[in-house]
Ligand binder design. Sequence first.
Ligand SMILES: NC(=O)c1ccc[n+]([C@@H]2O[C@H](COP(=O)([O-])OP(=O)(O)OC[C@H]3O[C@@H](n4cnc5c(N)ncnc54)[C@H](O)[C@@H]3O)[C@@H](O)[C@H]2O)c1
Length: 318
Amino acid sequence: MKKILVTGACGQVGSELVPALRTRYGADMIIATGHKTKPSQELLDGGEFHYIDCTEINCIAEIVKEYDIGTVYNLTALLSAKAEANPRLAWEVNANSIRNILEVAREYKCAVFTPSTIGVFGLDTPLDNTPQITVQRPNTMYGITKVAGELLCDYYYHKYGVDTRGVRWPGLISYVTAPGGGTTDYAVEIFYEAVKHGKYLHCFIKEGTYLDIMYMPDAVESAIMIMEADPRRFKHRNAYNVTAMSIAPEDITNEIRKHIPSFTIDYRIDPIRQAIAESWPNKMDDSAAREDWGWKPKYDLTAMTTDMLEKLSAKLNN
Ligand SMILES: NC(=O)c1ccc[n+]([C@@H]2O[C@H](COP(=O)([O-])OP(=O)(O)OC[C@H]3O[C@@H](n4cnc5c(N)ncnc54)[C@H](O)[C@@H]3O)[C@@H](O)[C@H]2O)c1
């Protein structure tokens, strides 16, 4: 087996995907790379770590050549809220990184995993049971770069035979690393505030706003699963809808109250992130991923809430 390169490794996903890959394939098989975000001590101590800028194709080519990389997990991105604040940088980082990685993958024959997102959909998309193949006309720069990424990955697969695979992740909930500026960050903040203060002031997404959500262990599992799956069964490449639950802020509130009965929430809506949320699916149909490569999440809202509160309490009390 050749080595695995992870880009954007210090972010919300990378900080949990890298340890999982090190455990599964051996620490010396994984080359983690970050950009400006400071790596955690665990990331630094657990194996090889380098800094690279994915908008520079030579940086990627050098590391792929030096370590004889066979697979790239590309996590480099500016997320939705950050991308709306700086659309030009978002295009440069999101679109150029994936194009550079695909070019290097073509030359050095690497497989490429790139996560896409519910942000690739827009108001013209059916928002309930959003199909695998449907209208994708997002009105955010994040979504536009991610649609471009999906199409580029398909292009490199069909034209050059690069083994590109991807999933459309929903909002991800986790306790290791804070989220990087997305629309579903509220669904992480609510747990931190519940444990720290017993109340969540100023939830920026409205009651009744349903979005797909997934707990990080399931997201990590989906990335590894699709890269290990038998590609002969794939009907799609970039990217498969995957989800675990469709929930609104009050659903999380009610679940937290089962553990912290006095928990309270109030709302101060952020119009920018609310508009983004309303343009995203209420619930995706992920039956294609289930049929083609056996996707099945382990965590529902109840299991995720219990685990989040337990792990966060331990972390914050330390
Ligand atoms: N977190 C979610 O809820 C979510 C949901 C759907 C899809 N995704 C996708 O998953 C991937 C990882 O997301 P995340 O939540 O870990 O994001 P994040 O913002 O936490 O991490 C992204 C990382 O990219 C790095 N980066 C920025 N510019 C770079 C550059 N020029 N070169 C190299 N690295 C650079 C940043 O340093 C950051 O650590 C992204 O593609 C994102 O679109 C995330």
